[in-house]
Ligand binder design. Sequence first.
Ligand code: SF4
Length: 327
Amino acid sequence: MRRIEAGSYYSYLPEGCKLCRKGAKLVLFVTGLCNNRCFYCPVSHAKFGKDVTYANEREVKSVRDFFEEAEMMEAEGVAITGGEPLLKLERVAKFVDIAKKFDMHIHLYTSLPAGEEKLKKLSGVDEIRFHPPELRNPDAYIEPIKAAKKLGIDAGFEIPAIRFERRIVEIVNELDAFLNVNQLEVSERNWENIVGKGYKVKDYYVENQEVVRAYEEAEKFHYCSARFKDVAQFRRRLIRMAMNHPDFYAITRDGTVICCRIEGDLDLAERVLNEWRVEYVRFDDCIETSPEIDIVIREALKSEGLKLSLVERYPTSNRIVIEVTEI
Ligand code: SF4
């Protein structure tokens, strides 16, 4: 087994996971619709059961939103997920076509035991990860895994470490498929269910190492810890996004950005900044400029009644603020 960051390890790392590790995979949440009710479902109340599409944190209302997000993080691949993405097969096929034009690697998660006919409609998908809801009836995925492999798609299971299901190991070893086991993560959506079933929660995840070790019998095995997602995957994606911001933003080790935010009469603020030839970005609600803005310009802006603050925020499309200090 090869050990990587934050307790993750593998004997086989699917291509999609290699790109996730680099922070280079865009997560395309195709729809929040799903006919299952897994007790550990991590999809938020805001999205579950709703037919909404997101590219990372950005709501996708048109193909343009998808492109903007892909460009912002210089995506090298797409992870298609949901809800149950295959409930919106045409939508998935459309995004697969678009992503393929840009030579992106595509992996798809699904709980549906999709057969050859369905898979043929998704030509362009490179990798498919089947998730039997609550690990029930893994045999239903034998034919789909065979069909995917026949079509040249790398295939396997991706499951949360809720319990050991021997049949899953037997199937992957018989079919030369891979097995991804994820540490069970706790969110506001699933916390009550997980605690109610007696799982021991530490921070925001469940330690279930005995179960994980049992799955090591799979020949093509990969364990992904909850912390890995934060310290490797998410952090690296943030850094990629931050690097695509104008040079005046300061970038932290965590991939967040620091800038000076100006609020108030933005037309007026623009006039002052243009007069002083200061670089800035204008949003609907504010203007952002260098955190090292010259004190004279700062005072000129304040004297016009504008509010200035130093802001540390995520470089994501929703610009979530971490810290604000008025200056
Ligand atoms: S299949 Fe996935 S999206 Fe659907 S309920 Fe289960 S965990 Fe949630």
